[in-house]
Design a protein around this ligand. Structure first.
Ligand SMILES: [Zn+2]
Length: 170
């Protein structure tokens, strides 16, 4: 089975100009750019991005506009997408967290879980079973080998250490 995965990018330069007020019930279409604020981000490339704070000239309330790939959330869309991809490819939440750590971004396994939940809510039917539909492991032994390998990789106190991979199979 071939997967087609499009990962979101983070583009700090692409901060859209608002065309309508974000507050429900307000029809405001004119805004005043009040402030540029820095926001720290969990991402593989950018640790910080610039965010625009606008004030609606109709209701006077303020709101933030984020650059492409960023949102109110601490984690970028790219990292969330990466987490979901690794999970769908068969890694456990813990192993996904370790793989991301190796790429320089820390996302604990409960945040990986949240990212998967968020995505599956948006894309109904996006499950591992669906991704691997028709692909069956020939026997249960392989599955138990995978579990054993996972346990070995995520053994407490040895997070991300390469020597965990050295074993009789080498
Ligand atoms: Zn408004």
């Amino acid at each position: 089975m071939r997967l087609r995965i499009v990962l979101a990018k983070v583009n700090p330069e692409a901060i859209p100009v608002p065309t309508r007020c974000t507050y429900t019930g307000c029809s405001g279409r004119k805004f005043h750019l009040r402030q540029e604020v820095r926001k720290s981000l969990r991402d593989t490339v950018y640790q910080q991005v610039q965010v625009h704070r606008y004030q609606c000239l109709k209701c006077q309330r303020t709101f933030r506009v984020y650059p492409e790939g960023a949102s109110r959330a601490q984690t970028s869309q790219r990292v969330k997408g990466l987490a979901v991809m690794l999970y769908l490819l068969g890694l456990s939440y813990g192993a996904t967290s370790l793989a991301l750590e190796a790429l320089g971004v820390y996302l604990c396994k409960s945040r990986v879980y949240d990212a998967v939940q968020e995505t599956t809510k948006r894309v109904p039917g996006l499950t591992r079973d669906q991704v691997f539909a028709g692909v069956k492991t020939p026997d249960a032994r392989r599955r138990s080998d995978q579990r054993q390998m996972q346990r070995r990789v995520v053994a407490a106190g040895h997070h991300g250490r390469c020597d965990q991979w050295a074993g009789p199979e080498h």
